[in-house]
Ligand binder design. Sequence first.
Ligand code: ASP
Length: 584
Amino acid sequence: MYRTHNCGELTLKNKGEKVILSGWVQRLRNLGGMTFIDLRDRYGITQLVFNMDTNADLCKEARKLGREYVIRIEGIVEERSNKNPAIPTGDVEIKAGKIDILNKAETPPFTIEDDTDGGDELLMKYRYLDLRRNILKKNLELRHLMAQETRKYLSGQGFIEIETPMLIKSTPEGARDFVVPSRINPGEFYALPQSPQTFKQLIMVAGYDKYFQIVRCFRDEDLRADRQPEFTQIDCEMSFVTRDDILNAFEELIRHLFKAVKNIEINQKFLRLPYKEAMENYGTDKPDIRFNMKIKEITELVKGKGFTIFDNSEYIGGIYAQGCSEYSRKQIDELTDFVKKPQIGAKGLISVKYDTDNTFKSSVDKYYTREELAGWAKKFNARPGGLILILAGEKTNTLNALGELRLEMARQVGLQDKNKFAPLWVVDFPLLEWNEEIKRYYAMHHPFTSPKAEDIDKLETDPGNTRANAYDLVINGVELGGGSVRIHDKNLQQRMFKALGFTEEEADRQFGFLMNAFKYGAPPHGGIAFGFDRCVSLFAGLDSIRDVIAFPKNNAGKDVMIDSPSPISEEQLKELSLKLNVKK
Ligand code: ASP
């Protein structure tokens, strides 16, 4: 027998018991007369004690153990004189009577402690050692719990989990596909699913009116902090539902997860904010509404006073930060550098300090009177002690830049409380997005998204202003999920493909299977998919999804542990009828 207990469960209740434990040597302290070992397994750490006076041979044996050796010990549970209240087993220690070395270990390349000394590259290469650390273990446990709670909740609501294939035909979700060559069909390729989108719609046609799946998806995109080439979705679809039925249903799922996993009650109904308002008030379609600091437009108020930068701008707007009138010249310069960064793209920053003595100090004093500046302050509901920050330029870009500045100010002032969760739905997204490079429209969500009923006729006359029956769930500035009511009518789907610039043949070649299915009684349907990794990282309070995934890829899309991607043999290439054309 390897163990009677695990390393996280023994307490004073077990005092005097003879126990067997197995685990890894976390730490060894040789204090001369006594030697202590912290024995670790998935459940915790238990202290083992060896005494030179009472059992010198065993004590000497213990001293020879190395870090991460796998051992089995037999011993008696005793009360510790020097208790450790930080761990559940901290009141006891095991007076060991026997050690078996189950496996030796080389000295690990980094310390396996909460604060490790390993660099990123090393941690990724030895991920299985990194996974022994508490932090990652907690993340994986959280992930497991969230997956179980999701299944439990949705099953309880009558949803059925159905698996869909991994080797499919391309689904257009806006990224590149990963493709897999077919050996038995030379020259032909499968695509790995960017999502099960078309399959879940076919499942609706098949009559399974509530579907879900916790499913892996693959997108060949450039990586960012919250992206991985393969990631997991909670993918859902329902039939005979309106948009609000869908939002209500999944609002409940989110509420359930918060309650079951974090014991947080979210009582209020989630705000439903139209995309246009989100852009105008927050400069982004994923607003962080834990704090207010809304963007205000002041174009009309400030134009035509001889200040050419404003006079030549389509849009002028700003944000207001209470308590920041004391910002130094240096701090304002840093903010100016911030908004001028290429990824933010503003040309400059105008600031107005509303001092506690009721005076205004601004970089545009020459052009505007005190009364005029007081008028701006009124627009921002500013009070003495506040700072107004203004950007000007083309409308969309300026709003985006203000959105970034708003987040930066929130960071500086400390408004993004990690323990606060502020969910909302962003609704009524544009259906189509114009791509200037290829001069054609793209589906902002995907081509199966329905236009809003009142906008359907704009599909041909005013495509750019057609609103979609699409929605995103956003929490604390993170887009956690998105979905839409789908087109279920063959003719409307054809009109949509046409608006996207598909010829009839192209549409038929790519999506004939779906159009065909729609001939045989497709119910009205709609759904959503949540980024499961993002949900877990939000619940874990992390900024990146990497550490809620057991074996993630690095920033170059590589798994440095198994060394993938990597070349395949000539023989494999031949079997697949492939010739490489790689320029080194
Ligand atoms: N398939 C969509 C996505 O992956 C989600 C949905 O529309 O349900 O974004």
